[in-house]
Design a protein around this ligand. Structure first.
Ligand SMILES: [Zn+2]
Length: 288
């Protein structure tokens, strides 16, 4: 499932390979893809328009177009954006084909069918992105911000980090790795974290997302970059999908899988204790 590092990788590929091209043909093969405007208008406004940039906001991939429109894609679980050539023409699960000048084509395909697209003007884009919390690499995302946002709330830390209004771009894979590095149980209540734990959590967010970008994303099954290549970060995961394996810290424990906030969750019960793994604790009066 594309999270910040995967969408960021695709964005970089589009900048390197596609920005500066012109969209000559537009073929919508899965009308459910297009959330807005109507499919006919979507096609009409895309056809003949130059691609001026590519950016990312949270897990949204934003293809900027000359004239001010933006093609906003949410790749959800299995969306792939593939450039043909060099990628061979994909045969199945096609949702959208953009024919570019020079004979190349961008294929949007998704075996799960959940990818969604919007063509928005500047005002529509602002409205769409307004509810999102800060980007993890923005100056405004500091340890103080994170603590100020969550530190007085009796919410479980894992679902809180997945809330895109708190911080944008973190999904179910990276959050488990982040909490492992910070030695925080996924169900820890945010208002019980110590000073040291807030610092560890903040650092773990940056380190894990940076590593994911450096490794060009995590591929278990569906994720590919624009040239159809898998990412490498799956080779660097410590807990996600590692149930039953020994904890890589050498603590002697084994990774377990449980549902937290409705999501499959992987953690080490001895490194990530539910009541805190030591250090300063805040008494949770509400639980007494
Ligand atoms: Zn452990």
């Amino acid at each position: 499932m594309p999270e910040l590092p995967e969408v960021e990788t695709i964005r970089g590929d589009l900048v390197d390979l596609v920005v500066g091209s012109r969209i000559e043909e537009v073929e919508v093969l899965a009308p459910a893809l297009v959330e807005e405007p109507a499919v006919e208008e979507f096609v009409r406004r895309l056809r003949g328009v130059g691609i001026s940039g590519a950016r990312r906001r949270a897990k949204h991939l934003i293809v900027e177009l000359i004239g001010g429109d933006s093609l906003v894609l949410q790749l959800k679980i299995g969306g792939q954006f593939l450039l043909v050539p060099p990628v061979p023409v994909p045969e199945t699960s096609l949702m959208l084909v953009l024919g570019l000048d020079g004979g190349r084509r961008l294929f949007l395909r998704d075996e799960t069918g959940f990818t969604r697209a919007r063509l928005l003007d500047a005002e529509g884009l602002d409205a769409r992105l307004a509810p999102l919390g800060p980007e993890p690499f923005d100056d405004g995302f500091t340890e103080g911000y994170l603590r100020g946002k969550l530190g007085s709330r009796r919410v479980q830390i894992k679902p809180a980090l997945l809330d895109q209004g708190v911080v944008s771009g973190i999904g179910n894979i990276y959050v488990d790795e982040i909490l492992y590095d910070a030695r925080l149980h996924p169900r820890r209540k945010a208002n019980t974290l110590s000073d040291g734990e807030w610092g560890a959590l903040y650092r773990a967010i940056g380190e894990n997302l940076r590593a994911g970008i450096e490794h060009r994303g995590t591929t278990f099954d569906l994720y590919r970059d624009v040239l159809g290549r898998k990412g490498h970060h799956q080779d660097h995961l410590r807990v996600f999908l590692k149930a039953g394996r020994p904890c890589p810290s050498g603590c002697g424990g084994r990774i377990v899988r449980e549902k937290v906030g409705g999501r499959p969750t992987f953690y080490c019960p001895s490194c990530q204790r539910e009541n805190g793994s030591g250090g300063e604790q805040t008494l949770d009066l509400g639980a007494l």
